[in-house]
Design a protein around this ligand. Sequence first.
Ligand SMILES: C[S@@+](CC[C@H](N)C(=O)[O-])C[C@H]1O[C@@H](n2cnc3c(N)ncnc32)[C@H](O)[C@@H]1O
Length: 471
Amino acid sequence: MAVSSLRALAQIITDSIDVIEGRLTNASETFPSLDEPFDPSTSVESILVEPEMSRATSLIIAAAAQLTAAVRRPFQTIMDDALSFHLSWCVRAAIDGSLVEIVREAGPQGIHVNDIAAMNNTDPQKIARILRLLTNNHIFREVSPDVFASNRLSSVLDTGKPAKEVVSQSLAERHAGTPSIAAFAAMMSDEGMKCGAIMPEHFLDPQSSFSGEPNGTPFNRAYKTDLSLFDWYKKEENEAYLRRFGLAMFGSRKLEPANSILSGFQWQDLPKGSTVVDVGGGVGSLSLIIAEAVPNLNFVIQDSQLTISHAEEFWKEKMPSALDSGRVKLQVHDFFTPQPVKGASVFLLRSILHDWSDPYVKKILNSLKESATPETKLVVVDAIVPYSCPAAVTEGIPGAALDPVPSPLLPSLGKANSYAYQADMSMWAYFNGQNRTLGHSVSLSEECGWEVVHVHHVPGSFFGQIVCVPT
Ligand SMILES: C[S@@+](CC[C@H](N)C(=O)[O-])C[C@H]1O[C@@H](n2cnc3c(N)ncnc32)[C@H](O)[C@@H]1O
């Protein structure tokens, strides 16, 4: 890479900062400081997630990471990557050790590690080492030797509860009634990291390498169990992990704008009285967003017995009239069995296919095809894993191509899209599932009688929408 390429990356960063500065100046806002807590309710934060701002931010992240990879000694970069698991466990130590709350309560002047240790009964030297590694990654600040204060990144892990309260709470209790982003991070750096540590063995062993079974996963190997992750969670002794998982899934929603399901597929263009079947819909929180925005659509929310009983409570609280009028129906249904709703306008599958390997996905898609009419649409909402190179498959499908990126950035936007690849690995680790590339989704759909006719990439969201029609 010539120096001109380094300059091109630097220019991308400068140009993108100009875009951000121009918008904030117009709005009489200033860019939030890394030293201050994150407050999602401020107007500047809502400006920073606008599509143009999201794009500028992504370009800065991608260019800065590529510049770093280009200029750093390769051995240092590789060792940094190989040792990055220490960052993962330190994040969880900060959460489970209540460091986040103890440090936050001390205010901007910070707190000495001896005083932290007196509150959470851990070794002060080790606290300092954990916090210093995090500080070096811009999580917390060391304001004077061994004295630490909160910042923008550490505040995102904050339960907001008094430190004295969380110190004595279990790994799940501490997240109840909170935004639960910390629950999500803790779960990923606990179950997730333990599975990740053993994935090379799972991959290299021919006995497990080819498995697509939900009980032949890295999780099974790491936890020495034949139970699937969800059956393991159901064991009495794992109740706290199950509760934390539920909270983590709630927290994970913060990764995308709240109403992103309304950007992309045009729900309001469906004929009046159309039925949307939310397959594996959980309690129906996604359908609720659509139901509120488009009053003339009907919904059937399908899931397991237990989840449907929770869905009943959910809808009674959020939109009781929809249950009373029959506009929303709740249905116990196993999506590996024939689909009972015939002639639906839309089958909606959000965060479903990524839980399963290809043979299982085919069962789900085949059963939906059997119940579809020529007018039925299938809307699959999942992270679409970007290729790291130009790909012909994206050229023939409206909306499929990602926005072109300036040279010499990776078309996948590198670090700015890292979550898509990490989520894919998480699906492998837990379920033998996967987040798929568009080409993979297109061929799987075709094998099951569905043609991909449109793709929506929603700005600021890690999820894409793949719209299919029956062939
Ligand atoms: C990751 S959640 C997604 C929930 C919902 N679609 C959403 O995006 O909020 C996966 C859902 O699939 C449901 N599920 C798993 N296996 C199922 C099956 N065989 N039949 C129906 N639902 C199932 C789970 O109960 C869970 O609600």
